[in-house]
Design a binder for this molecule. Structure first.
Ligand SMILES: [Zn+2]
Length: 384
């Protein structure tokens, strides 16, 4: 009853809540200091502490009365800071857990996943400054920069999937050529979301498929067609992802546009063939074709990538021919100037010569070569 409400000095309760938020933020900053090993901590600490401290300053102003805004505005500011800080807390916790798990489980293949994300990151506007963590499936949380790598996963063969998750972060960061404040992909997605909300997640996922194919080349299409996409559900969309048939059409459409002397014809044929066999055996409809609105989306996305991120396009398929023979045969591969993307494609190229079977020795040799490269390029990007 109104008469029983304890009257406070105006804003006292708001300041109490803000003080709680400040204590939580300080605890998160302290927790980041505990991440081990140091190599992982160095990847995230500077960026995350800067983000947390920036928020902390804003919340302190609410406590000190320096914000100098009406009380209703102060409550809405506090609410806004709480939401943003919750995202940063979520990311902090994921990284703490991820680092602990990586220490206790031989890294779970995450080091190479980090390395691939680094390699792609320097070619895009997304200054990643994070590390990958293990989870039950690959996914990204839009508000954080954590990329999850599937546990237990299939080690080396899964690596191209990292590029898809990375595409979720990189796409919305792409800026317009004339006006840096404009983010063409983010705006187009917003437009689509307002017109046809059901299309928003599909196009977001489609861009990530197009980006991964653009940045990593055929290896991404191969892991999708051979290991990841479910042939039994080939023509079924779900709430978040378009049907595998549509996704493969986007992947093949991207390869066709990016061919440019790479001789993708045979590997594209292989992707179609393995999909036809699997869907035929599964008794599903395995027709790879583009439909509305994915055809226009492919054009839009590829135009954007080619205009704004020309150097991110993978162009190494031709030179992986020799390396793939080394990985598939007995000869020892020397660590020359192969990128990790080259090694991943060469391994997949060697694997499809085995008719899609995944002989352990190919992955082992590819891993050893990639690890030797890892030592050479430990700090691809200094933390911000
Ligand atoms: Zn995705």
């Amino acid at each position: 009853m109104a008469g029983e409400v304890v009257l406070n000095e105006a804003g006292a309760l708001l300041r109490t809540r803000a003080a709680t938020l400040i204590r939580e933020t300080v605890a998160a900053i302290d927790a980041l200091d505990e991440i081990e090993p140091e190599a992982l901590r160095a990847r995230v600490q500077v960026r995350l502490v800067a983000d947390l401290e920036g928020r902390l300053r804003e919340v302190r102003k609410l406590v000190d009365g320096q914000a100098d805004v009406p009380l209703d505005r102060a409550w809405s500011d506090l609410s806004y800071h709480r939401v943003r800080l919750n995202d940063l807390f979520e990311e902090t916790l994921a990284l703490m857990e991820g680092a602990a798990l990586r220490r206790s489980w031989q890294d779970g293949g995450c080091r190479l996943a980090d390395r691939l994300a680094d390699e792609i990151s320097v070619l895009t506007p997304e200054k990643w400054n994070a590390f990958t963590v293990l989870d039950t499936e690959e996914f990204y949380a839009g508000s954080t920069r954590v990329i999850r790598v599937r546990f237990p996963g299939d080690g080396f063969w899964d690596l191209p999937i990292v590029a898809h998750e990375f595409g979720h972060f990189a796409g919305p960061k792409i800026i317009d050529i004339e006006d840096e404040s404009v983010h063409p992909l983010a705006e187009k997605l917003k437009e689509v979301g307002e017109e046809t909300p059901a299309h928003w997640p599909w196009l977001h996922e489609s861009f990530a498929d197009i980006f991964a194919t653009y940045a990593v080349g055929p290896a991404y299409g191969l892991v999708c067609a051979l290991d990841r996409f479910d042939p039994a559900a080939a023509d079924q969309d779900n709430d978040t992802h378009p049907a595998p048939n549509t996704r493969l059409a986007l992947i093949l459409g991207t390869l066709a546009v990016c061919d440019d002397g790479q001789n993708y014809g045979r590997v594209m044929e292989k992707i179609r063939a393995v999909w036809a066999v699997q869907t035929g055996e599964a008794g599903s409809e395995g027709k790879i074709e583009l439909r509305e609105p994915f055809d226009q989306w492919l054009d839009f996305s590829l135009r954007l990538l080619r205009d704004r991120l020309p150097s991110a396009m993978y162009k190494g398929w031709v030179r992986t021919a020799d390396l793939s023979r080394l990985l598939g045969g007995d000869a020892r591969a020397e660590a020359t100037d192969w990128s990790l993307r080259d090694i991943v494609n060469a391994a997949w190229r060697a694997r499809i010569r085995e008719n899609g079977d995944a002989p352990g020795w190919i992955a082992q040799r590819a891993c050893a070569l990639a690890e030797s490269r890892l030592l050479e390029v430990r700090h691809v990007r200094a933390p911000r």
